[in-house]
Design a protein around this ligand. Structure first.
Ligand code: ADP
Length: 616
């Protein structure tokens, strides 16, 4: 701000000075023109008056020695001169005789008239006498007023007519203008000045010889010819300071120009102080204000830029943070996704593994089933082996017994003991029956491999089965209660073998109730949807839990004469027919064996006949 103010002040000062200089130059030219015009106006006056015959007569009057004529003429000339002076604003006009004595003057009537004064010493007189015209600026010896004396030699007489011009009016006008204006001659002595104090002061030092000459010529009276209080300013050729002593020196623009037709120069002193100072201060203020405003604007701008940058930085930081979050989240999601994919893959693998295991399990199951079947078959074969062995054993015993009975019978018959012999034959018959039973069972066991599954009438199976055990039951006094099935009820299976199963179950029941307090065997048929149940209840000792699992095992028997094959074979037959055979306890006491078969739709009489045929 200070620098700008200083620069602006300097610039303003320079502009103001240039402005002032322009104006001052214009003023100077005007002043010169005005002064020159004034002097020109007056300069022609002596020439005109010098040609005047009356003036010439007055100038030569003393020569003619005619006082009467002269008095009159002089008075007339005096009046004329006064008129001309008044008309032309000349200070004084007067006529000097060739001897230097003034004979006529425009101020002849005035108290301090020039008439009779001797001006032979004046240079303007001498110049006019010598050359025809002269001029001199000097202080009036009579009037004490300074002025320009313009002289002309009067034609034919040797006298001189003089016009004195005073510059009071011009000086007053200059003073009113405010500027310092003065005119200095070639020696630097101020002749006319706006400030009366400057009159006859000098621009340069006047040496003593010159001073003496001036004094002797009474040019400027007793004026001390002191130097003007102008002090040049270093570095500023057209500027000076005006002032003397304690008075403050005022700076001013000093210009000068020659006045045409003279060796004078007109000087102007235009004060700088006010205008330039004002301009400078104004420039300072404006520059300070502008730079202040600019600084404020710049500061505001910078502040805004800083805030904007900060905001941008914040936004970018936030965005980065957000991007970081997004990246993190994306990473998390990607990780989760990867984990999910891994998990899916794992599950898929687990599923494949499970399927593989399942398939393996199924395969193992099938294998086991196959092995089971093979084992069962092997078991069967082994059982068959055992069976064959025990069969051989079972048959051998009755055979041995038969042999013994037969031998005994023969001996007894030889001895005539026929009764005993017949008892022996009865025993042989019983033993033969036993062997027959064994072979029948063996036959059933051997036929298992090719079961038939066809609709067979259930009542036929029951009827034929019961027929085989009825005699025994009746003989043992055991009631055989039958809950007959509805007519035409058919089951799927192999008729003769199902009858074999039924006979086995009934015989087991008769065995169980034998010797029991309330022996009874009940046969019940039930229907449940497409299933048909045939249950044999007895009032025997029942089946304890431990026994229930074993009764279907081959060769398991609790009977002394039992083979333990009946139930094993029976279950095989029922299962081959697509049914099941189970054992349990009757809640009413005793055991219950239940055959569960598939119901067949419709009756096939020819097949039933076939079944009968096969049985027989
Ligand atoms: P066996 O009759 O030759 O012993 P089974 O296979 O027919 O052969 O019978 C096996 C065993 O089951 C019998 O020895 C017997 O202990 C038992 N059992 C069968 N039926 C009954 C029943 N109704 N009550 C009690 N126990 C029975």
């Amino acid at each position: 701000m200070l620098l700008a103010a200083w620069i602006a002040g300097r610039a303003a000062e320079r502009w103001a000075l240039a402005d002032l200089r322009r104006t001052a130059h214009a003023t100077l030219a005007l002043q010169v023109a005005a002064l020159h015009a004034e002097m020109q106006k007056q300069a022609s006056l002596p020439l005109a008056l010098a040609a005047d015959p009356e003036i010439a007569a007055v100038a030569g009057a003393s020569m003619s020695q005619d006082p009467a004529l002269s008095q009159d003429l002089v008075a007339r000339v005096n009046r004329r001169l006064a008129q001309v002076a008044a008309a032309t604003a000349a200070a004084v006009i007067y006529v000097i005789r060739p001897d230097g004595i003034t004979v006529a003057a425009s101020n002849a009537e005035a108290e301090r008239s020039f008439i009779g004064r001797d001006y032979a010493f004046r240079p303007y007189f001498r110049q006019a006498v010598a050359t025809g015209a002269g001029s001199q600026f000097a202080l009036g010896t009579v009037s004490g007023r300074a002025g320009l004396y313009l002289s002309r030699r009067i034609v034919g007489t040797g006298g001189v007519v003089v016009v004195k011009i005073e510059f009071d009016g011009i000086e007053a006008a200059w003073r009113a203008g405010g500027d310092g204006v003065f005119v200095a001659d070639s020696r630097g002595i101020v002749l006319v000045a706006s400030d009366p104090a400057w009159h006859f002061s000098t621009l340069r030092r006047i040496d003593e010889d010159e001073r003496r000459r001036i004094r002797e010529a009474l040019e400027f009276g007793a004026a001390p010819l002191a130097e003007m209080p102008l002090h040049p300013i270093p570095g500023a050729p057209d500027r000076v300071r005006i002032g003397r002593g304690a008075a403050p020196a005022r700076p001013a623009l000093a210009l000068d120009a020659a006045i045409p037709g003279t060796d004078w120069r007109l000087h102007t002193l235009t004060p700088l102080g006010g205008a330039v100072e004002r301009e400078r201060v104004q420039a300072w203020i404006i520059a300070a204000l502008l730079t202040g405003l600019a600084c404020l604007g710049l500061t505001t701008l910078a502040d805004r830029r800083r805030r904007q940058r900060r905001r941008l930085a914040e936004v970018s930081a936030r965005r980065e943070e957000l991007e970081g979050c997004v990246r993190e989240r994306t990473q998390e999601l990607t990780d989760a996704n990867r984990m999910l994919r891994l998990e899916i893959e794992e599950r898929r693998r687990a599923e494949a593994e499970r399927e593989r295991v399942e398939a393996e399990r199924e395969r193992v199951e099938a294998e086991r089933e196959r092995l089971g079947r093979e084992l069962a078959q092997a078991g069967r074969l082994a059982a068959l082996g055992q069976f064959a062995a025990s069969m051989a054993h079972e048959i051998n015993q009755p055979l041995a017994a038969i042999r013994a009975y037969a031998d005994n019978a023969a001996i007894l018959m030889q001895r005539g003991r026929t009764t005993e012999a017949s008892e022996n034959t009865v025993a042989i018959g019983r033993l033969t029956d036993r062997i027959g039973g064994l072979t029948r069972q063996l036959k059933g066991f051997a036929r298992r491999a090719s079961p038939r599954r066809e609709p067979v009438p259930l009542d036929a199976i029951l009827r034929d089965g019961l027929e085989l055990v009825e005699a025994r039951a009746r003989g043992a006094g055991i009631p055989l209660v039958v809950d007959a099935p509805r007519a035409g009820l058919h089951v799927l299976g192999d008729g003769p073998r199902l009858e074999q199963v039924l006979v086995n179950l009934l015989q087991n029941a008769l065995d169980a109730v034998a010797g029991r307090p309330d022996p009874r065997v009940t046969l019940r048929v039930s229907e449940d949807g497409d299933r048909v149940g045939i249950a044999v209840h007895d009032t025997g000792p029942g089946l304890p839990e431990a026994l229930r699992a074993q009764v279907f095992d081959a060769f398991f028997t609790t009977k002394s004469d039992g083979l333990g094959l009946g139930l094993a074979i029976a279950r095989g037959i029922v299962e081959d027919c697509g049914g099941s055979l189970t054992a349990g306890d009757d809640p009413a006491g005793g055991a219950v064996f239940r055959m569960d078969l598939a119901r067949a739709n419709g009756t096939a009489e020819p097949e039933a006949a076939g079944y009968r045929e096969a049985r027989h």
